[in-house]
Write a protein that binds this ligand. Structure first.
Ligand code: NAP
Length: 307
């Protein structure tokens, strides 16, 4: 099924959904999915006006019946974020879902990073999450989804600030859930640590891609698999989830080496979706130690003769 027309089941039909970074690679995949798949009213937030290609994309979607809108706002700026949230409520009456996908990468060695480089990366991700959450406040909401990255779990060469900003989102999801339990926030929070997407705007060089495949067994994820993983994550009770595509055994070994768990790791991908249910465990019978041909226990050193 083409990704865009896959039913968007996890958000209520007709939900008013704000996507920060909505004109980016992933923002557009999700905007199409929600606007066409569940009749959502989608409002895209970003600092720039849509260019010709994106204007064409918006018009094409509207021609197919989508209710899709763009508002210029920098989510790193609290005043602009409050104004954007107020404008969405004024025009559409409410906000049901937030997908926080604004992000910027400024890769380079840690020693060469300037304060400005770090701020450029933290601003949209970390401050953006804080500002959007504060602007929504205690108002009714169904979901608040943070687009995090595996870099926050495992780090990545040249991406210290980016890894930290993503890690911040994962912690922020825990914090927001706690606020919700205490009645100070509404709507469940979900931080999704994405792998590399095919068709995402935040791209890596072919060399880095090859290195990820070699060192971790990681393969880029298709839009279709990503949307399925999104739907499954929203249907689950997870607060944080990492989604991976590639060679399952090598990825698990990689995460054991470098990661510290994301509250739930999901393999997405044609061969592994839907995940196989675990086989019922049969009680293990203790078997006698296996003997190799010479009558010795496997793996044991030959016992030395008693003196
Ligand atoms: N693509 C992947 O493979 C991948 C993997 C893991 C995680 N992610 C995460 O998923 C998110 C989306 O990625 P993407 O590939 O769609 O990136 P993208 O194509 O570069 O889009 C990012 C969008 O964020 C907007 N943005 C940046 N700063 C902003 C700000 N201060 N306020 C409002 N909007 C802002 C940008 O538009 P303006 O410049 O016009 O503001 C842009 O449209 C990012 O947070 C990224 O870290 C992506």
């Amino acid at each position: 099924m083409p990704a865009a027309t896959m039913p968007a089941a996890a958000l209520r039909s007709g939900a008013v959904t704000v996507i920060s970074g909505g004109l980016g690679g992933l923002g557009r995949i999700f905007a199409e999915h929600l606007a066409l798949g569940s009749g959502a009213t989608v409002v895209l937030l970003g600092r720039s006006d849509p260019d010709a290609e994106r204007r064409f994309w918006l018009e094409e979607l509207r021609g197919r019946g989508a209710s899709i809108h763009h508002l210029k706002a920098d989510v790193a700026d609290p005043v602009q974020t409050v104004a954007a949230v107020a404008e969405v409520r004024r025009r559409f009456g409410r906000i049901d879902g937030v997908l926080h996908a604004a992000g910027v990468v400024r890769d380079g060695s840690l020693l060469s990073r300037t304060e400005e480089d770090v701020a450029a990366v933290f601003g949209p991700k970390a401050l953006g999450a804080v500002n959007l959450d504060a602007a929504i406040g205690e108002a009714p909401l169904d979901v608040f989804v943070l687009f995090s990255s595996l870099a926050g779990q495992a780090g990545n060469r040249g991406q210290a600030a980016y890894a930290f900003a993503n890690r911040f989102l994962d912690g922020f999801a825990d914090w927001r859930e706690e606020q919700r339990r205490q009645g100070r926030r509404r709507g469940r929070t979900l931080s999704l640590s994405w792998p590399l997407w095919d068709g995402g705007g935040i791209a890596v060089t072919p060399a880095a891609r090859a290195q990820l495949a070699r060192e971790a067994g990681l393969a880029p994820m298709s839009g279709e698999d990503g949307l399925r993983a999104f739907e499954a994550a929203l249907a689950s009770a997870s607060v944080r989830r990492a989604v991976l595509t590639g060679d399952a055994a090598r990825l698990r070994a990689f995460l054991d080496r470098v990661g510290d768990g994301a509250g739930g790791i999901v393999m997405a991908g044609k061969r592994r979706w839907p995940p196989r249910p675990p086989r019922p465990q049969r009680p293990r019978r203790r078997s006698a130690p296996r003997m190799s041909g010479n009558g010795r226990r496997r793996g044991c050193a030959p016992s030395s003769p008693r003196r």
